[in-house]
Design a protein around this ligand. Structure first.
Ligand code: GLN
Length: 305
């Protein structure tokens, strides 16, 4: 496995420098675009890594996998009254579709959907602080690492520049699809986007999705197998926003990206993979990270198809 990773590292190196880091907040705009790291954790706990696989970065929208998992656990199918499970075909922060579709977001992985998921968690856990603490505790549980924390500078900066997300939440509130205070819910949303992890921790934390909802190392059941199937399906169809079709076409694995430059992918029954390379393509997904995952499934045949 390490040979494959080394080969990929070598092959993607000439591509570093293409794409652009996220620029909407200074903390992300100042990240070195030339970094690349990739980590794999197998279901038996063995792991492999190359490059910057232990460099911490902002997980951003990858956090939506964890919040969606908790909301699914809390509300089961009742969740889909408030957020659908269809690809949006639109950018992650788009407002237009939400207006046409009466405040019901297409899926839990676009911003509007993840904000509604956070609203549902604030209701379920009674305050925004408790909701955030539950998300973080869940990440500690599935990564087996209690040192994982939030970058407060990123989270404050997200709030200061968060007009579009405030607009999305306010629009949903105007349609009656929002129970709590807009700013309070966004605090939970921005904080969970601002959690910092490295590729190794991220790959470890996704193993429950590679093992029907049960952490293969601790043997704890985090969700049931049907729920794990649902989350993987949505990662495949919606995990990369309007580039989800392209990611499925090229990589053939359930995956979730974040504008911090991370992508996680799940090989059901076998392993989870995380890549980090901060320069993004036009859809806001790691350009080199996507290429690295494409090379991985091409070289190993480990796609779901
Ligand atoms: N914090 C970012 C936002 O809300 C997350 C977006 C992303 O990673 N695609 O805009």
């Amino acid at each position: 496995m390490i040979d494959v990773l080394n080969e990929i590292h070598q092959e993607v190196s000439p591509l570093l420098g293409q794409g652009k880091v996220a620029e909407y907040i200074p903390a992300l705009a100042n990240v070195d675009p030339m970094q690349f790291g990739m980590a794999i954790t197998l279901n038996d706990g063995q792991y492999y890594g190359v490059g910057s696989y232990q460099t911490p970065f902002s997980i951003q929208s990858i956090s939506k996998v964890f919040s969606y998992t908790l909301a699914l656990r809390a509300y089961q199918n009742g969740l889909y009254k408030r957020v659908w499970r269809e690809p949006s075909g639109n950018p992650f922060n788009s407002l237009v579709q939400l207006e046409y579709e009466a405040g019901i977001p297409r899926n839990p992985f676009i911003n509007a959907g993840a904000i509604v998921v956070c609203d549902s968690l604030v209701s379920h856990f009674s305050t925004n602080e408790k909701a955030f603490n539950e998300i973080l505790a869940f990440i500690h549980q599935c990564s087996g690492d209690k040192s994982i924390a939030v970058d407060e500078v990123v989270s404050t900066s997200e709030m200061e520049h968060g007009y579009r997300n405030i607009a999305l939440a306010s629009l949903m509130k105007s349609f009656g699809n929002f129970d709590n205070d807009v700013i309070e819910v966004l605090q939970t949303y921005f904080k969970h986007c601002s959690i910092v992890m490295n590729a190794q921790q991220l790959s470890r934390s996704m193993l429950y999705l590679a093992n029907d909802g049960t952490d293969p190392i601790t043997k704890q059941q985090l969700i049931n197998s049907t729920q794990a199937k649902r989350i993987n399906s949505l990662m495949l169809t919606c995990g990369h926003y309007d580039a989800s079709g392209d990611f499925a076409f090229r990589v053939g694995l359930p995956g979730k990206s974040g504008v911090g430059g991370g992508i996680v992918a799940v090989v059901p029954g076998k392993m989870a993979i995380a890549v980090y390379s901060p320069a993004l393509n036009e859809s806001g997904n790691s350009l080199v990270g996507t290429k690295a995952l494409e090379l991985f499934t091409t070289k190993t045949g480990l796609s779901i198809f």
